[in-house]
Design a protein around this ligand. Structure first.
Ligand SMILES: Nc1ncnc2c1ncn2[C@@H]1O[C@H](COP(=O)(O)OP(=O)(O)O)[C@@H](O)[C@H]1O
Ligand SMILES: [Mg+2]
Length: 278
């Protein structure tokens, strides 16, 4: 039945074709509907009287259920692009169309997780996640149930009543992910969610993110400055470059999941991507 089966099917076919394609669209993906279409997007900020061009000619089609990683040097516009997709900023040129509709503000179908977890220190884990429902009409009883289930999914059972200062950075980031997922978004946007965590916690959360993505059949866009993380998780890795921020190339990762970091093919893709940063 599920979309996750289709996702697996697409991966199987992609893997057998080898990792050779580069470009904006991946022909064999076209069996799946495009969830998000980014067309000729440009964005400028006014900076001390002049215009700072931050994004230029961004074109990207994201398939339903696809996992996109975006890497690029600091300041190349990754967060700006993610904020536009989230609808947190609507001042841009071009078109960003999600499920056939132009993005004109935030929507519960699109969840976002930031690098800093942004939890309220005076609220418990459970209350922080419950807050996600503030602007919804989901009945109270159902909210509780969904929060409970989400806490279990992100591995925080037993910590419902803990306060942010009583849990680790990794656990706080899990709360932030739970808070985004509890609204059951179809598109999950993550802006360097693991950047502030220690290496081991990061590896664990990468695995958990992959599990949640498969479980929920989410379309996911992950911004990261960690090339290995991008390859571990992405169906495609979008490389951005600066001044102005634009897409340099898109590299498909046609490797079976879960990916093995020591695998020579994995290493090969990672090394190739790293050449963009030296
Ligand atoms: N609100 C803003 N006003 C002016 N310039 C901004 C604003 N937000 C970001 N920028 C500039 O836009 C560029 C891209 O920023 P950002 O999207 O945060 O990059 P990244 O996430 O890739 O590090 C940077 O040069 C940054 O200084
Ligand atoms: Mg950023």
């Amino acid at each position: 039945m599920s979309s996750s089966n289709t996702v697996l099917d697409f991966r199987k076919s992609a893997i057998t074709r080898g990792n050779v394609f580069e470009g904006n669209s991946v022909p064999e993906l076209h069996a799946k509907p495009v969830a998000l279409k980014i067309e000729s997007v440009a964005k400028s900020y006014a900076l001390s009287g002049s215009e700072l061009k931050v994004l230029e000619a961004i074109n990207l089609d994201v398939q339903s259920g696809e996992f996109i990683s975006i890497v690029g040097a600091s300041g190349c516009g990754k967060s700006t692009l993610l904020r536009l997709i989230a609808g947190l900023d609507i001042g841009y040129e071009g078109a960003i169309v999600y499920q056939g509709k132009r993005i004109e503000g935030t929507d519960l179908s699109r969840g976002i997780v930031f690098q800093e977890h942004r939890l309220f220190p005076w609220l418990t884990v459970e209350a922080n996640i419950l807050l996600a429902f503030a602007s919804t009409n989901v009945p109270k009883a159902e909210r509780k149930e969904r929060v409970k289930a989400q806490i279990e999914l992100v591995g925080l059972t037993g910590f419902e009543h803990a306060y942010p200062h009583q849990i680790s950075g990794g656990m706080s980031q899990r709360v932030a992910i739970a808070r985004a997922l509890v609204l059951r978004p179809q598109l999950l946007l993550l802006d360097e969610p693991f950047a502030a965590l220690d290496a081991l916690t990061r590896l664990k959360l990468q695995q958990e993110l992959e599990r949640l993505w498969e479980h929920e059949g989410l379309t996911t866009i992950l911004v990261t400055h960690d090339v290995e993380e991008a390859v571990f998780l992405g169906d495609r890795v979008v490389v951005m470059q600066s001044h102005p921020g634009r897409i340099k190339r898109i590299v498909p990762v046609r490797l079976a999941r879960p990916r093995i970091r020591s695998n020579p093919d994995f290493q090969c893709i990672k090394e190739d991507l790293l050449t963009d940063f030296v």
